[in-house]
Design a protein around this ligand. Structure first.
Ligand code: 6PG
Length: 240
């Protein structure tokens, strides 16, 4: 049974990684209804493991696969075929093997320059869904406390009047496309997957540390803690 730790950034459910994957799959299946729903998957290594697990377990229902609009909450400015592409990994790891049609796939238009790609993606998504970003936004947590591509010191953090999706140049990691605080505010629910002891200090800083979102970007989630669920293994939650 998962332990529950209430924190300033939302409830942390402490459970093994596969149980976290099962909970994420349950939420993905549960949100599907008569209308299409939207999901922003995450990048990084954890989602790749989730894709393999979900395929092996046949964890996503037929309806989920066909009635979900699949996105990624942040992206690298590379072609889909690149091994750095977050949507490329979602496609190769999950959407292709499970037959998700092109109609339900919404990669960022990384063929454009970063600013144009971000504007085009935000415009297209705002036309389709003016008041909602993603029904369910999946995030990971970096060991430096970043979420999506909101990196420590990122000028998007705390900036007023931003669109829901924007471009940012991450020093040493290149241009990124990312959901912003304005986008996170318009998500229905947010699930953050955190595994491993390398994340323990970041999880404590984000969930319980002194407020310093420029240093610990994951703290921006405190503004919507009621809709944030952390799924963390024992090692990641060791310092809570
Ligand atoms: C990215 C991700 C990034 C990721 C974290 C955690 O594009 O790299 O969106 O924000 O979620 O770095 O990654 P892990 O799942 O590998 O711990």
């Amino acid at each position: 049974m998962a332990r529950l730790i209430p924190t300033l950034a939302g409830d942390v459910h402490v459970l093994p990684r596969d149980a976290a994957f099962a909970e994420l799959a349950r939420r993905l299946n549960a949100q599907v209804s008569a209308r299409p729903v939207s999901v922003g998957l995450s990048g990084g290594s954890t989602p790749k493991a989730f894709y393999a697990w979900a395929r092996a377990q046949s964890a996503l229902s037929f309806e989920t696969l066909l009635r979900t609009d699949w996105h990624v909450s942040d992206e690298r400015c590379v072609p889909l075929r690149s091994d750095d592409s977050n949507f490329g990994h979602a496609a190769r790891g999950l959407l292709d093997p499970l037959g998700v049609p092109a109609l339900r796939r919404h990669p960022w238009p990384t063929e454009f320059t970063p600013a144009v790609a971000a504007e085009a993606y935000d415009d297209a998504w705002t036309r389709r869904s003016p008041r909602r970003a993603f029904d369910l936004c999946v995030l990971g947590l970096g060991d430096d406390s970043h979420i999506a591509s909101l990196w420590p010191g990122c000028p998007l953090i705390g900036a007023p009047g931003l669109p829901r999706f924007a471009a940012t140049e991450w020093p040493g990691r290149g241009w990124r496309l990312t959901i912003t605080e304005a986008g996170l505010a318009q998500c229905g629910a947010i699930v953050v997957l955190v595994n491993g002891k390398s994340k323990a200090a970041a999880l404590r800083a984000v969930c319980e540390g002194d407020l310093a979102p420029a240093t610990h970007p994951g703290q921006v989630l405190r503004a919507w803690s009621a809709k944030v669920t952390w799924l963390a293994d024992e090692e990641a939650a060791a310092l809570l």
